[in-house]
Design a protein around this ligand. Structure first.
Ligand code: F6R
Length: 365
């Protein structure tokens, strides 16, 4: 049932183009408009929203961090993101016009479920983004936006994460339509780029050799850094978690601009730094952070957009990602990072599908 792949994780990574298509299917009308027939939240209700809170754990939390930027940029509604295990205890300010969105692949994560029940108790309307029909989160939410990634077996989440990004793009655009924060042309433009993502992924997946070489190099290291700004910072957190959980290499994800406030002290000769630099408006700043770590001896692997020439002189190695709208870039850029974790774990001889100490569905708080 691994469909010719050695592991479920590798199979699921390769299922992402399909997962994107399935998650978009029936939700885009003639390339012009987002329709979400499964959710009851009306345009009038969207216009009433004052705050959105996103709650999730682990990888789903990292998807929510991207979701925050996407929703805020498209709608200008303020969005907060919380770890589900923290949300309940911090007494969040919830009003009548607060929408709480629980993000969970399995729909059974105890922390997420508990936070969601608490939010309901406090009077919030609760929406779920989940991959499992009939799951507890799906049953208890007022609205459910399903990701249609298909069953995810590998403990390390891949296609569920990236499909959650697709769900956030759809939801953000749906809200933007209701609020008229974007005009029809801008929406159609974003939809066109969204619809191109699956094919772009297919071509990326054909050429993973450069990232395999990077993995071979870092597999010997005990610790490394991922750095990035903006969406790349959120993506760095996911890349770091993926690497830790299956390769057991310690890594930290850092906002590129924050390193110099302390952690730069950990950079030594040959410490690998994986610099995510796919957000062009932030490129110059990230490039100067790359220079900071290079000057302390780091070995820098940069992830940049195709056609970006500025980094070849500052980084030791550059991996390229196809161009799309900046908000959509994480849905492509995540793939080489998943493969980096995959190859590093394989080089170390680890059981990729069943990492030590972890369970697929975490039903204790
Ligand atoms: C990491 C991973 C976990 C889950 C987390 C939440 O690869 O899979 O961090 O993302 O346990 O699980 P769900 O999304 O099922 O609520």
């Amino acid at each position: 049932e691994k469909n010719g792949f050695d592991t479920f994780m590798l199979k699921e990574i390769h299922e992402q183009p399909r997962a994107y298509q399935d998650t978009m299917r029936g939700r885009i009308n003639a390339g012009q408009e987002i329709v979400l027939p499964d959710i009851a939240l009306t345009s009038a209700e969207v216009r009433q929203l004052k705050h959105i809170h996103l709650i999730a754990c682990g990888t789903a939390y990292h998807a929510a961090l991207i979701g925050k930027t996407v929703i805020e940029r498209l709608t200008r509604i303020p969005v907060e993101v919380d770890l589900a295990s923290e949300y309940r205890y911090r007494m969040p300010v919830i009003g009548e016009n607060t929408l709480v969105i629980a993000v969970s692949q399995s729909g059974e994560t105890a922390d997420t479920l508990a936070a969601m029940r608490q939010a309901k108790y406090w009077g919030a309307r609760v929406m779920a983004i989940t991959n499992v029909i009939g799951s507890s989160v799906a049953r208890e939410a007022d609205d459910v936006l399903f990701t249609l990634a298909g069953p995810e077996i590998a403990v390390a989440s891949t296609k569920a994460y990236s499909s959650q990004l697709i769900a956030f793009y759809l939801l953000g655009l749906y809200m933007a339509q209701s609020l008229k924060t974007l005009d029809d042309t801008a929406i159609a433009g974003l939809i066109a780029m969204l619809e191109k993502l699956p094919l772009q992924l297919v071509s990326m997946l054909r050429n993973m050799n450069p990232i395999r070489q990077v993995a071979e190099r870092i597999a010997e290291n005990d610790h490394l850094f991922f750095i990035g700004r903006g969406l790349d910072c959120s993506l760095a957190m996911e890349a770091s978690l993926k690497l830790k959980e299956i390769s057991y290499i310690h890594s930290e994800a850092y906002a590129a601009g924050e390193l110099k406030h302390g952690s730069l002290a950990l950079i030594e000769e040959n410490t690998p730094v994986i610099a995510l630099a796919t957000q062009e408006e932030l490129l110059e700043k990230t490039a100067s952070n790359i220079k900071e770590v290079k000057a302390r001896g780091a070995y820098v692997i940069a992830l940049a957009l195709e056609g970006c020439t500025g980094l070849e002189k500052v980084a030791d190695q550059v991996i390229y990602v196809p161009r799309t709208h900046p908000l959509l870039t994480p849905a492509l850029a995540v793939v080489p990072l998943q493969m980096l974790a995959y190859y590093a774990a394989s080089f170390r001889g680890n059981d990729v599908d069943k990492p030590r100490n972890l369970a697929k569905s975490v039903t204790v708080e």
